[in-house]
Design a protein around this ligand. Sequence first.
Ligand SMILES: *Cc1c(COP(=O)(O)O)cnc(C)c1O
Length: 453
Amino acid sequence: MSDSVKYLLGEQDIPKSWYNINADLPVPLAPVLHPGTKQPIGPDDLAVIFPRAVIEQEMSAEREIEIPEPVREVYRQWRPSPLFRARRLEQALGTPAKIYYKYEGVSPAGSHKPNTAIPQAFYNKQEGVKRITTETGAGQWGSSLALAGAFFGLEIVVFMVRVSYEQKPYRRAFMETFGAQCIASPSDRTQSGRAILAEHPDSTGSLGIAISEAVEMAAQRDDTKYALGSVLNHVLLHQTVTGLEAMRQMEMAGDYPDLVIGCTGGGSNFAGLAFPFLGRQLREGGDTQFIAVEPSACPTLTKGLFAYDFGDTAHLTPLVKMYTLGSGFVPPGFHAGGLRYHGMAPQISHLAKLGHIAPRAYNQLECFAAGVQFAKAEGIIPAPEANHAVRGAIHEAEKCRESGEAKTILFNLCGHGHFDMQAYTDYLAGKLRDLTYDESEVAMALAGLPSVS
Ligand SMILES: *Cc1c(COP(=O)(O)O)cnc(C)c1O
């Protein structure tokens, strides 16, 4: 049996710039619209909730955006992250395919999220902000921002989707250890939360609701801003540090991916790995396939509409053009909490619409089965979200076994599952089911899409 191989870069190889795919889009993104006037927004409209530097990045078309040195200093704690060739998994599958994965679970929060939490906290601090509000699904984003808040001396308030708050008590303890305040959402702290509770006292919450609460609280105080852990251009930009490293590591391995695979909640870890490769393909040509994997129970890219929609439930955010299941849709409480979002990053939606990204959906049980198979071969227990990428990679490797093709597969193992062992306990005890989403609820949520001429 040949062992799995690790490709490591040195600290001096941490990228000096992030990669902005806006520079290489064949067709520019649709403009972001003001929720009231439905006219394109300008930087001033966003200044209530975001620092200037972040707004500039959100709207930038520069291909390379410099990573500030203090951010690279913090990145050094865990970056560059390792790239592995999963030889033991390949053997277990009996596939001629080569499977590589970029492992982001080495960060202090156990996922890719600190890649953007650190720069966002840095820019807020630089502009004199004292407090940041945010939402979190499974808790990884809240944990990452809590960590960044501790590093940069910022107060952090996290609205955590209630179903995850209850499923993942250790995540809350993690955030509180770093000094953050963690509130179950919907809560009675905001108008948006109280409105939901009045109608649905037992609401399990959703990212859309938690975003409304966090945005509402940020807009109330001058010293408070809001941070989002996915979806927006600047977040995807910060995540490209993974793909840029992976390009060099694939070079070290003497390979180039035929397939790049990632799970997609709001799209940031997938974009982080895929965009540097996809950008090169847009500039120079190539035939790498980019596969975005989502849960069948929250099938934004595979079953949603490409339309203008709100990012949150209470309709406080600007309108963005994206694949969406409707901002009123509350996905069922499956365990990959980080994938329970009604929308998808505009950049990913746009590239999927243009045919450059292929979406795919899998059920919860097949994803856990893949995660267990991966853990046994590679020794890492993936986060339930990451299991979707693992499932995608194994599925492709199995297709290669049938066809005899030796494709090179690269996927993002975006986090470990050490805070998600209750999900594995339930899976191993045979208690998990495949959840289906309520089609009539999606139809209703989609019927309520804002009309934009
Ligand atoms: C947050 C999270 C996700 C989903 O968010 P993306 O923006 O789509 O990456 C997936 N996996 C892990 C481990 C996460 O923490």
